[in-house]
Design a binder for this molecule. Structure first.
Ligand code: SF4
Length: 509
C-alpha cells in the first residue's frame, strides 16, 4: 500500500530491480564497470509529460549517473537536461523523507512531527472515514499537479475513496493541454497527434512511415520544451528526412528560425489566422473533397462561416502579411502531408479552445488524417482513458465504486467530461461556499497549487486552510504543503520505486 500512495520510500534509496527481462527480450538489469545498470522510464522529479527510457547506473545503492536508453524507441538514447541533472533533485538535502503530521491549528507553521507509516495510514483512514460519514464520499477531492509520476495512482485513489472528484487544481478553465485534448475529443472522438513514426518500434526506418511534408508548429517550442508527448528530437529527425516547417509563434524560436513560413502573430489572435487559412483553401478549391465528403459533417456551413475570415481580416487582426497567409494556405492545401504540432501557448489564452477547434478543422479540411506524416490517432494503451485509467476495467474492479458519478464537480461544464476531470473553478467555489455540495477533505499529490498553477492564491489559500482534513504527498515541503497539510507524506520518484509510468494515452513504461 505504501507504494500505491507515495510510490515507495525515498529514505530507502534505489530499490532492488525485478529480475525478469521485458517481453521484447531487453534486459532489465546488468553489471557494468562495478555498477548495476537498471533500465527504467522517467517521468518525474521535477515533472514531465514524457516517458523517456533511462539507464540508471547504481553503485552500492547510490545512483551514480543516468543516461538515455538507446533501446527505447521513444527517445532512442536521448535525454533532456532535466533527466541528465536528475541526481541534483534525487539527492537534494531538502527532500522529504518521512511521513509527518501536524496539528490543524498549526497549519502554515513548520511544526511537523515525524511519524511512522502505520500511524500516517491510521490517521488518514480515521479522518477520511469521518468526512465520508458526515458529508458523503464526494466531499473528498483527490488532486494532482504536474509531478506526473503519480498519474497512474491518483484516479485509483479517488476510486478507492469512492469520490467522483479527481483532477488538477486549481488550474482555472483547465487551461493546459485540456483545450487541445477537448478539441480533438469532441470533434473526432479521441486524441490525434502528429505522426513522427512514434508508433513503430523501429521508428523512422519503418517503410510504412513517411516524414510529414509540412509540420505546422503552432504555439509550441518543442525542441526546448519537450512536452505533451512529443520530443523535440522527433521534429529534428523528421526535418533531416525532408519535413519543412511552418511556425506560428510571436517569438523567433529555434524552429521559427528554421521555418519556410513564420507567422509572427500578435499573441492570442491565432484563431483568426487558422480560419483565414481555411478560407483561402476553400476559396481556391484546395480542400480534400473526398475526405470531406466521407468524414466531415457541416462542410457547407463551415465554408459559409469562414467567408468573413479573409486573409485581409486576419492580417489586420494578427499583424502578419496577407500574402504570407495566402502562400501558406496554398502550401498546406497542396502538400502531400501536413500535421499540426500544437502547444500549451494555445491553451493559455482565453480563446484556446476555439483556436484548437479551428486548427483541427484546418487539418480535416485538407484530409490530413490517418495517412503517413499526418494526424494519427493516439490509441490508448490497454484502453487507458485520458485520466490514465482503464476506462471500464478499473471502474468495475474497484472495491469502492463511485457512489454517484452524476455528482462529479463538472456538471456546469459538460465538455470537461471529455477528460473525465472536475472543473477547478466549480471546485474552488464549492470549497468556499459549500455549494452545490461541500468539499471537506483533500488528498493532494505533487500539486503546489498556491505557488504554481493556481491563478488566484488569495482565494485558494483560505479555501485550503478551511478544509477539515488535508493529506499532501510531495517531494519537497512546498508552500502549499506548508499552508495546509495535516499529514505530509514523502513522494518517491521513478528511481526510487517500482511501478508504472507513462504519457497519456499512448506510451507506458
Ligand atoms: S523529456 Fe522528460 S522523461 Fe524525457 S529526458 Fe526530459 S525530463 Fe526526462
Amino acid at each position: 500500500m505504501s507504494e500505491m500512495l507515495t510510490g515507495g520510500n525515498p529514505a530507502q534509496g534505489v530499490p532492488t530491480p525485478p529480475t525478469q527481462d521485458d517481453p521484447s527480450g531487453r534486459k532489465w538489469t546488468w553489471e557494468e564497470d562495478g555498477c548495476t545498470v537498471i533500465r527504467s522510464n522517467a517521468r518525474s522529479g521535477p515533472g514531465c509529460h514524457d516517458n523517456c527510457g533511462v539507464l540508471m547506473y547504481v553503485r552500492d545503492g547510490v545512483l551514480e549517473k543516468i543516461e538515455g536508453d538507446p533501446e527505447n524507441p521513444y527517445n532512442q538514447g536521448r535525454l533532456c537536461p532535466r533527466c541528465l541533472a536528475f541526481k541534483e533533485m534525487l539527492y537534494h538535502e531538502d527532500r522529504l523523507k518521512y511521513p509527518m503530521k501536524r496539528a490543524k491549528e498549526d497549519r502554515g507553521k513548520n511544526a511537523f512531527e515525524r511519524i511512522t507509516w502505520d500511524e500516517a495510514y491510521d490517521i488518514i483512514e480515521r479522518e477520511m472515514k469521518a468526512v465520508i460519514e458526515r458529508y458523503g464520499n464526494e466531499a473528498i477531492w483527490v488532486t494532482q499537479g504536474t509531478g506526473r509520476d503519480i498519474n497512474g495512482y491518483g484516479p485509483l485513489m479517488a476510486q478507492y475513496l469512492g469520490t467522483p472528484n479527481y483532477g488538477t487544481g486549481f488550474l482555472s478553465g483547465q487551461a493546459c493541454y485540456a483545450p487541445r485534448i477537448f478539441s480533438t475529443a469532441l470533434k473526432a472522438g479521441g486524441l490525434f497527434v502528429c505522426d513522427y513514426a512514434q508508433f513503430f518500434p523501429d521508428r523512422y526506418d519503418d517503410p510504412r512511415w513517411e516524414a510529414p511534408e509540412y509540420i505546422l508548429v503552432w504555439g509550441n517550442n518543442p525542441v526546448v520544451a519537450n512536452s505533451d508527448g512529443t520530443l523535440g528530437h522527433w521534429i529534428v529527425e523528421s526535418m533531416k528526412r525532408g519535413s519543412k516547417l511552418m511556425v506560428m509563434d510571436p517569438k523567433l524560436t529555434w524552429v521559427a528560425g528554421k521555418a519556410d513560413v513564420w507567422f509572427q502573430v500578435r499573441p492570442g489572435t491565432d484563431a483568426a489566422l487558422a480560419l483565414a487559412l481555411c478560407n483561402v483553401i476553400i476559396e481556391e478549391g484546395l480542400e480534400d473533397k473526398e475526405f470531406v465528403s466521407c468524414w466531415c459533417y457541416g462542410f457547407d456551413e463551415f465554408a459559409e462561416h469562414v467567408k468573413k475570415y479573409t486573409p485581409a481580416f486576419a492580417a489586420e487582426t494578427c499583424g502578419v502579411p496577407e500574402d504570407l497567409i495566402v502562400e501558406a494556405a496554398r502550401k498546406i492545401g497542396r502538400a502531400k502531408s501536413c500535421c499540426l504540432q500544437w502547444g500549451v501557448a494555445m491553451d493559455h489564452t482565453s480563446e484556446g479552445f476555439i483556436t484548437g477547434m479551428a486548427c483541427f478543422d484546418l487539418m480535416a479540411l485538407t484530409g490530413n488524417f490517418e495517412k503517413p506524416g499526418t494526424m494519427v490517432a493516439a490509441n490508448p494503451v490497454w484502453d487507458m482513458s485520458v485520466t490514465w485509467m482503464p476506462r471500464e476495467k478499473v471502474w468495475e474492479g474497484c472495491s469502492e465504486p463511485v457512489k454517484d458519478q452524476g455528482r462529479t464537480m463538472n456538471f456546469k461544464y459538460p465538455a470537461l467530461k471529455a477528460m473525465a476531470a472536475i472543473s477547478p473553478d466549480m471546485l474552488l467555489e464549492a470549497m468556499e461556499t459549500g455549494e452545490p455540495y461541500p468539499i471537506k477533505a483533500m488528498f493532494m499529490m505533487q500539486n503546489n497549487a498556491i505557488a504554481c498553477m493556481g491563478a488566484q492564491p488569495q482565494r485558494i489559500l483560505p479555501a485550503l486552510q478551511k478544509m477539515e482534513f488535508n493529506v499532501v504527498v510531495d517531494l519537497f515541503l512546498t508552500p502549499t504543503a506548508l499552508a495546509c497539510a495535516d499529514v505530509l507524506l514523502p513522494a518517491a520518484c521513478f528511481a526510487e520505486r517500482i511501478g508504472i509510468t507513462g504519457h497519456q494515452p499512448y506510451a507506458l513504461g
